[in-house]
Design a protein. Sequence first.
Lengths: 195, 195
Amino acid sequence: MRSLAKLPGIGMRSAERITYHLLKASNEEALDLADAIRDIKLRIRHCSICYNLTEADPCPICTDTRRDQSLVCVVEQPKDLLSIEAAGTYRGVYHVLLGRLTPLDGIGPGDLTLDGLFKRLSMPAIDGSAIAELILATNPTMEGDTTSLHIQNIVQQRFPKVAITRLARGLPTGSSIEFANKNMLTDAMAGRQRV
Amino acid sequence: MRSLAKLPGIGMRSAERITYHLLKASNEEALDLADAIRDIKLRIRHCSICYNLTEADPCPICTDTRRDQSLVCVVEQPKDLLSIEAAGTYRGVYHVLLGRLTPLDGIGPGDLTLDGLFKRLSMPAIDGSAIAELILATNPTMEGDTTSLHIQNIVQQRFPKVAITRLARGLPTGSSIEFANKNMLTDAMAGRQRV
């Protein structure tokens, strides 16, 4: 009970309920859970190329030769990668920063996987291609923008041949102009494109 | 009471409360309201250039020579114009369609202010300049897109010199990639821009 109650969102009452459930459950169900929890620490690690969570290293995305290995999308966290994968249209690879620059919390450039990113930029990818484009897909927040700007400055200086892009900022599909806020309308107007 | 109860959002109970309020109010307050209601029908009309609601015709935006009269932002409704004006960064003029194409409701091209738009495109603006760019700022919905596409097709054919742009579609500032839906991420990725 004490071990369970340390998990996020599980209080003493829930821990008690889960404990009684496990006592009543079959040996198999309880041991399956124990094994899964052990496996998560033993088998899941960070990919040595993109730093996404994976069982195999390099991860299945980094070794997928049907993907465009010259196109790298830089995200803050593994959950952002999952979200873009769920959209189902991106066919390049990723680089997971495992955080974003938040000086107030003491998180600086050294805490992100930037060295790994610069190493990737200076050598051929797994299929022999060089990275041609870096898509900065940090969150559209002040901290995300600061992180992207930091990466942009270094990459432009050290790897001038690499194209740097960022995700389009503007009105989300299905929204309305009437209820859009000032930032959304300013971004949408500033980023308007020829049709 | 019966007149008040016909207004949207006012039921019989509210109408009763308002009626008693007016009976107790000063002559001046009651007559001010009566005058304001009369004025709204007598004095507010559509601008003969941009079709926005206005007291003076042409409206103050169409006659403002500090604005870029060669840049026309096409919106569905006056409330969309207000929203863009409230953002405070747009310095061109507008054209209000007074609707959008919704064939299911029987609203076709003839019900919008398209003739007025094409007339504006074929003659000099109030300051003598020709319209150089049309920003299609219909709502980011299926009906809004259909309306923009219809305008785009005609303008490209009849006024090939006019640049046609549309508002940027993508992630709203302050949102997060993790909780963005598929459409938002696809738009943001497809519309990514060089930095």
